[in-house]
Design a protein around this ligand. Structure first.
Ligand SMILES: Cc1cc2nc3c(=O)[nH]c(=O)nc-3n(C[C@H](O)[C@H](O)[C@H](O)COP(=O)(O)OP(=O)(O)OC[C@H]3O[C@@H](n4cnc5c(N)ncnc54)[C@H](O)[C@@H]3O)c2cc1C
Length: 465
């Protein structure tokens, strides 16, 4: 049943009639996720403009038993930001209008920001003040800071600055029962009780709707340099990256890895060539940054590892640097065009990655001969993104199950930085014992007693009594 006209009128009274979207053609963009794999139907899309409107919308939906799916930039890769199915008794709550950036100089080393602000918008504003955020993602033009906090996003610089959780020093959030929790004072130290922001960060919209955040900032690095290197094994890539991370002058801040077959496939699709000759089983992309030019230290460390290096390209600031980064940053988009792929984002002990990829490719070959396992990721975080092409829908669950079980057997986690969402909630039991899932349910009950926030996301359905 579509939403009741009286309720739609009351919602329009809160957010304004232009910000209650019921037209199916406009709604459609909010009902399908970035990958195109997850779609549902919402009774309406609501676009509140601030905290008060958000709290009033949540309270009204609570009174009417309407589920709410918080959505930021809709770049999530596990289906958590769109409705689960064709259920009209769910609305999408888009935070994109809650976009503002506080004075970066008001509290040293911090900035207050509206949850619907995109990362790129924040980066531009901080850049003008000589600062930047410790987290960076290729989806920066659309991903919002609220969505990044809700997924505890990682990205390219976790090895030096941590995930989104490490950047958050305060939140403003509307809980499922309409309560507002605001911890935006910007105190560097506060041990007065439970860390509610720590719980909301990474909760994927199931505990509250974030309307504002206070984030740590870091000094903008003045000089950058990148290198892309062809190597024979992932172990060699780790050895080189660790060599750079130990060198104080190099200032390593990103170490990305891409499987050789993945570079070849995506370069062909983009009509471009890899940055050096020859076929290599793995490619390592490293970025160093600091106030002095990191290129000489970088070249010296790479020289020390010459025996492991099959081909390489180095670049300081400029077009060549962006072209090298494009080999890594365009992967998600290009593989999406070739697919959609089945996407699995896993983390593993560094020493287990090589055997895991070999075992995963062999298992895939047995299940779906001819399917392609493309692999890239954040090397020193042990975080690999598996993108499997050529899997028919009816084999999808078997493929996911096999690869996720291999992950757990190798001592890893089935969710590294994209979250659990709708994609992996039925696999949560592989990494979380029943007692922990029960504690999750109790936390959910405390924040969202009527279960209206993001139904069908993160938590598995309870077992039948
Ligand atoms: C090209 C590309 C590259 C990417 N690279 C990375 C990467 O390197 N690292 C990484 O971690 N991720 C990456 N991602 C995934 C994605 O960009 C991140 O998960 C990002 O944090 C999602 O932000 P969003 O605003 O788009 O959130 P959405 O997709 O809109 O939502 C994601 C989840 O957060 C919840 N949510 C959104 N806003 C709020 C809010 N205000 N309050 C409460 N809950 C909310 C939603 O309900 C949903 O569960 C990439 C995606 C793409 C398309």
């Amino acid at each position: 049943m579509p939403l009741d006209a009286g309720l739609l009128g009351d919602l329009a009274g809160i957010v304004g009639p232009h910000h209650v979207i019921v037209d199916p053609a406009i709604r459609a963009g909010y009902e399908v996720d970035w990958t195109g794999r997850f779609r549902g139907r919402a009774g309406a899309v609501l676009r509140p403009g601030d905290l008060a409107e958000t709290a009033a919308v949540v309270e009204l939906c609570r009174q009417h038993g309407i589920g709410l799916v918080p959505q930021g930039g809709n770049t999530g890769l596990v289906g958590g930001g769109v409705p689960a199915d064709a259920a009209y008794d769910v609305v999408v709550l888009s935070t994109r209008r809650i976009s503002w950036i506080g004075d970066p100089d008001a509290v040293p080393g911090q900035v207050a920001v509206g949850a619907g602000t995109t990362l790129a918008e924040l980066q531009r504003a901080l850049g003008r003040a000589g600062a930047e955020l410790g987290v960076d993602l290729a989806s920066r033009d659309s991903a919002t800071v609220g969505g990044m906090a809700a997924t505890n996003a990682g990205g390219m610089r976790v090895m030096s600055h941590g995930t989104m959780r490490a950047q958050v020093t305060g939140i403003e959030v509307v809980l499922g029962d309409g309560r507002i929790v605001s911890q935006m004072r910007g105190l560097s130290k506060d041990t007065s009780g439970y860390d509610l922001s720590g719980l909301v960060v990474g909760s994927e919209g199931t505990l509250g709707v974030l309307t504002a955040l206070r984030l740590k900032t870091i000094q903008l690095a003045e000089r950058r340099a990148v290198a892309m290197i062809g190597v024979a094994t992932i172990e060699a890539a780790v050895e080189i990256a660790l060599g750079l991370s130990r060198d104080r002058d190099a200032g390593l801040r990103a170490a990305e890895v891409v499987r050789g077959a993945t570079i070849e496939r995506t370069c062909a699709a983009r009509g471009t060539a890899p940055p050096y000759e020859g076929r290599h089983d793995w490619h390592l992309l490293v970025e160093c940054a600091g106030n002095l030019d990191p290129l000489p230290a970088m070249a010296r460390v790479l020289g020390d590892h010459a025996g492991l290096i099959g081909g390489s390209a180095l670049a300081g600031e400029g077009r060549q640097l962006s072209e090298i980064w494009a080999h890594r940053e365009r992967l998600t988009e290009v593989l999406a065009r070739l697919g959609p792929p089945r996407k699995l984002d896993v983390s593993l002990p560094l020493a287990a990655m090589g055997a895991f990829v070999e075992g995963g490719a062999a298992a895939l070959g047995r299940l779906v001969p001819g399917a392609e396992m493309h692999v890239f990721g954040h090397l020193l975080d042990g975080n690999l993104h598996l993108n499997v092409l050529g899997v028919p829908d009816d084999a999808g669950e078997a493929v996911d199950g096999a690869l996720l079980r291999l992950t757990v057997d190798a001592g890893g986690s089935i969710g590294a930085e994209h979250g659990i969402g709708r994609a992996k909630r039925q696999w949560l039991h592989l990494v979380r014992p029943p007692d922990e899932i029960e504690v999750f349910r109790r936390v959910k009950q405390a924040f969202d007693p009527e279960g209206i926030l993001n139904p069908g996301c993160l938590l598995p359905d309870p077992l039948p009594a």
